[in-house]
Design a protein around this ligand. Structure first.
Ligand code: MV4
Length: 445
């Protein structure tokens, strides 16, 4: 097991990893930018190094400075968290070349799955349903028109180096397909230095279901059931829950088994998430793999009792998974709300500022994963998430009642937040009945 781990991240996930280290008896080395100097969570790390100015490109994204801090801190491993360098295969490779364990998948698997066309090929190999679409990259307009004629409009143009909705365009006919191809390629070249695009049939108003997986170095792969992430706005998830309440058990089991097959075929290790979309007939299609721990990992921890960050650290240190699939239960219901410092009346623009009053809810089944405190200044340099309110109860109905009660207690002053919108969501019949789709928030509010 490692003696010291560097956390190459900030905020609530840095605190989450520090906590896991402390419980495992591992020393933690934190890094921070000048904007995060003085944040209380840094006091819980054994050491903390300033690695640069506030902008991420001058701090948390600077591989050489992260590695320097790792050398100075004399660590054996680096946990990247999510965002920043978490899915940067080059960073994972640099860690390996410096004899520092990267707490995540091998850079080879990360790179293969990061290329969405190659991920689709791996899915095919693993007999996992993919959305009908092009067989590989689109190389010319004629090919694109033939694919569209075969699968039927509307079609989605996707960047092979994209993901998370970045670089996606919908085409409803040949004209918009031609213009969309040019625009999508140009955007992809600019954003990802890779103009490659592919086509998929556009599944309208889908459910967004993702499966948490854990894989060790001995080829053992388990799933920790699924999460329903359908409640999102412009690809920013707002509410996640586990399990997916309104999906038949047979569909849930098929999706989870498909995810395990795909992860095995990709020779993936550590924690990852396999993303699917589900249509109105409960037909599911593989979309992409998120080769990192995700913001919403706590809902899977609550229903299975597995500490995912601790398991990531154990797997990275070479330990075999301590459980088989039959030993991973799916008990109760968990719902997570991302609490963001955003102004719903101003197109959800980030709303930096200082938290002048904070009253966090508590009680049985209430968890608030957050690094903030009264007097904390929400920085304009990073994402606007204040924390994650997670509730866990034996049934979804009880979890909903608990979420509503917790939201009534929750007080945050000094910045505008998504709390008022959250109260509307959890009282909306469509959410309670589970009839929402990924466009619900935009359509309803
Ligand atoms: C799709 C899709 C419908 N049809 N692919 C969005 C980002 C990435 N996670 C995959 N995403 C989607 N891929 C096909 N063929 C719907 C989504 C999607 C989505 C699309 C638009 C607006 C919000 C969305 C939320 C989740 C998934």
């Amino acid at each position: 097991m490692f003696q010291r781990i560097l956390i190459a991240n900030r905020g609530e996930i840095a605190l989450r990893i520090i906590r896991a280290c402390r419980e495992l008896g591992i020393q933690s080395v934190a890094v921070y930018s000048e904007a995060d100097r003085g944040a209380h969570y840094l006091d819980l790390a054994d050491e903390a190094y300033c690695i640069g100015r506030p902008a991420s490109t001058d701090s948390y994204l600077m591989i050489n400075r992260i590695i320097s801090a790792a050398e100075i801190g004399n660590v054996q491993a680096i946990h990247p968290g999510y965002g920043f360098l978490a899915e940067n295969a080059h960073f994972a490779e640099v860690c390996r070349s410096c004899n520092i364990e990267f707490i995540g998948p091998p850079h080879e698997a990360m790179a293969k799955l990061g290329d969405k066309v190659s991920a689709r090929e791996i899915a095919d190999e693993a007999r996992v349903h993919v959305v009908p679409g092009s067989d590989g990259l689109i190389t010319d307009e004629k090919q694109a028109l033939e694919v569209a004629a075969r699968i039927g409009y509307p079609v989605l143009i996707k960047a092979t180096a994209g993901g998370g909705g970045r670089g996606m365009r919908v085409a409803h006919n040949d004209i918009s397909l031609k213009t969309g191809l040019k625009a999508a390629s140009a955007e992809a070249e600019k954003a990802f230095k890779n103009a490659g695009v592919y086509l998929e049939k556009y599944i309208e108003r889908p459910r967004h279901i993702e499966v948490q997986v854990l894989a060790d170095h001995e080829g053992e792969v388990v799933h920790l059931w699924e999460r329903d992430c359908t409640m999102q706005r412009r690809h920013q998830k707002l509410v996640e829950e586990a399990p997916a309440a309104h999906l038949p058990l047979s569909v849930r089991e098929d999706i989870c088994k498909a995810a395990v097959r795909l992860i095995k075929a990709a020779h993936y290790t550590n924690a990852g998430t396999v993303e699917f979309i589900v249509d109105k007939d409960n037909q599911f299609y593989f979309i992409e793999v998120n080769a990192r721990i995700q913001v919403e990992h706590p809902v899977s921890e609550m229903i299975t009792g597995v500490d995912l960050i601790a398991q990531q650290i154990r797997v990275a240190s070479g330990e075999p998974l301590p459980f088989k699939q039959r030993g991973i239960p799916c008990n109760g219901a968990a719902i997570e709300l991302r609490v963001n410092a955003e102004d719903p009346d101003n197109d959800f623009r980030g709303c930096p500022g200082t938290i002048t009053k904070l009253r966090v809810p508590g009680g049985l089944g209430v968890r608030f994963d957050s690094h903030v405190h009264e007097g904390y200044r929400i920085s304009p340099y990073y994402d606007s998430m204040i924390g994650k309110l997670i509730v866990y109860k034996p049934t979804r109905e009880q979890a909903l009642a608990c979420m509503r009660r917790a939201l009534d207690e929750f007080v945050i002053e000094g910045v505008k937040t998504t709390l008022p919108l959250a109260k509307k969501i959890f009282n909306h019949s469509a959410f309670v009945e589970g009839t929402v789709d990924t466009t619900f928030i935009e359509r309803t509010w």
